[in-house]
Design a protein around this ligand. Sequence first.
Ligand SMILES: NC(=O)c1ccc[n+]([C@@H]2O[C@H](COP(=O)([O-])OP(=O)(O)OC[C@H]3O[C@@H](n4cnc5c(N)ncnc54)[C@H](OP(=O)(O)O)[C@@H]3O)[C@@H](O)[C@H]2O)c1
Length: 253
Amino acid sequence: MAVTFDLSGKSAIVTGGGRGIGRAIALGLAGAGASVAVCGRTQKELDGVADEIRKLGGKALPVVADLTVNDQLENLVNAAIKEFERIDILVNNAARSFLRSLLDLREDGWDKVFNTNVKAVWLLSRAVARRMIEQKSGKIINITTVGAEKAEVGMAAYGCSKAALKMLTRCMAREWASYGINVNAVGPGLTRTDFSKPIWSNPDIARHVAAMIPKGRIAEPEEIVSSVLFLASDAADYITGHTIYVDGGTLTT
Ligand SMILES: NC(=O)c1ccc[n+]([C@@H]2O[C@H](COP(=O)([O-])OP(=O)(O)OC[C@H]3O[C@@H](n4cnc5c(N)ncnc54)[C@H](OP(=O)(O)O)[C@@H]3O)[C@@H](O)[C@H]2O)c1
């Protein structure tokens, strides 16, 4: 059997595709031949990524959408279907976090994190899965984190939301396997993006953190892409319900 990560003729949605890891994933999918819809709340960033994809010779669709607003979420799915006729790959990458101790975290902060990182993923995946069921195939990839496994001070809402996302990945995998839909997750360790800038932009903190990672450094966004391409490809047709950690060995400590 020939193993290939070729995604020619496939179309994808990448949430939070305007910057950071989502941008790298969108460019990676396009590089493998997929047409890509990128969504987020910042038009300028989405237009920038769409331009980069078009310069690579690919097809791109920037869609401004706040995924915590149902109408905007539905509009994203409809826009992608209208442009590409089908959705083969959904990458649930968008997320938010607050650095706050459990004693100081406010109730609305907890809700905002869970609404974005868990509820919106379920609602978008459900909307897309209904199309994938008609197609009898599809790949859904959720971006989690090592923080789903390790308790970090000040990151409780985020860590709990990503642990829930890991279980949501398994539940969707179990319920939708018979429709030809595979659902897996990729869990990065600390990666150089705006999200983690307070850590890597401070030399003292950055040195301390790097020393705790067996590989001795944090990841670059591009290093998260290959596992997503693998899970999106036909090569992963018999893999569902799992999480691949891309963490430089962090979870061995
Ligand atoms: N960086 C790390 O160290 C690290 C480590 C482990 C896991 N991760 C995970 O990797 C993923 C990407 O993180 P990143 O570091 O690339 O973060 P980032 O640079 O902050 O990007 C987050 C993306 O999510 C979008 N987003 C947030 N809320 C949204 C909403 N309500 N509706 C639509 N889009 C929304 C943002 O776009 P707008 O603001 O324009 O909406 C942005 O494009 C996340 O799932 C994160 O948990 C990151």
